[in-house]
Design a protein. Sequence first.
Length: 191
Amino acid sequence: MNAGDRGLTGAVIVAAGSGTRLPGPVPKPLLRLGPTTILERTLQVFEHCPAVDRIAVVVGADHVTSLSGRLAGKVVAVVPGAPDRRGSVAAGIDALPEAKWLVVHDGVRPFVTQVLIEHVLEAAMRWGAATAGIPVVDTLKEVDQNLVLRTVDRAGLFAVQTPQAFAAGLLREAHLRAPLTVRATDHNGLI
């Protein structure tokens, strides 16, 4: 399906997090991964994906200027993120006002494939929203005050990943309507 048939598809690559799980002097998206950074490796996949027309990159405010000069191609905006993921995604959405479809992806997940991006986008075009996920294989326990209450049946459980894709109007409306007190752990949780 070409862009004229489906409308413009924008990708919001979110890389503005504080990286508290991997502390250090260099933000996780800017760590080296072979000859490039983690973020640049992620962007290469979206850059070469025929289903993606434009890209907005959301980074920490101190990195907007330095990255703006280095990123080109389908990247049309490098914008500062917010203190939380929801605000950072909103900043990326605002940078792609003409998009009919939006793909949201975590900038520190560099091993995404074009095939996965296209499958999630195709599912969103059918259902309005879709996400990548992997079946839960670990044993899950429900715990209360350090006491194991039960083992949770993992049949039918999936760990949600990115990319996530949406009809742009649906995601924009969800951001506008959901109270700021709603802290969904992913953007499908807002819809």
